[in-house]
Design a protein around this ligand. Structure first.
Ligand code: HEC
Length: 133
């Protein structure tokens, strides 16, 4: 390897804008993440056929909740929450994918799409709980 390229690579890889303390890290604990963020936002999806949004403001609220849910799936992958198993990663990705689809469906005010992805979302919760309990 060209020695200038080598030094450039070393310089780039050792330069991080974040100090170790500034890296993403869990603020609460798993129980709080589940009951305060994931449960209330996913309930909005699980009960969507019973309580369908009736006006633009309600759809907007569902849009906000599904975005929070999708971002919460990302939090399951940061230090303090994440667990280093294949199963954990698989369930987290399933939860994130289903939530992103829910967010898109909420933006499109598409009730059918929301009911269709319900099962995938539910499976992500159940699979991870079965594996971790
Ligand atoms: C990748 C793993 C994972 C996924 C996905 C996941 N959970 Fe959890 N969940 C956990 C773990 C681990 C616990 C146990 C937390 C504890 O008590 O320490 C838990 C606990 C809970 C609890 C009980 C918390 C308490 O203290 O009473 C609820 C409610 C919950 N999850 C809801 C959900 C819902 C709803 C979903 C899906 C939308 C979901 N979870 C998806 C890992 C996951």
């Amino acid at each position: 390897m060209n020695k200038y390229l080598f030094f450039l690579l070393v310089a780039v890889s050792s330069t991080s804008l974040l100090a170790a303390d500034d890296e993403p890290q869990a603020i609460a604990d798993m129980s709080a993440l589940m009951t305060r963020i994931i449960q209330p936002t996913s309930d909005a999806v699980f009960y969507v056929s019973r309580f369908p949004p009736e006006d633009d403001a309600a759809w907007r609220e569902l849009e906000n909740k599904t975005l929070m849910l999708a971002e919460a799936a990302n939090l399951l992958l940061i230090p303090g929450y994440k667990r280093l198993t294949e199963q954990w990663l698989q369930d987290t990705v399933l939860m994130r994918d289903a939530s992103v689809r829910a967010w898109q469906a909420a933006k499109n005010q598409d009730l059918d799409a929301l009911m269709e992805l319900n099962n995938d979302l539910y499976t992500s919760c159940e699979n991870c709980h079965t594996a971790t309990r």
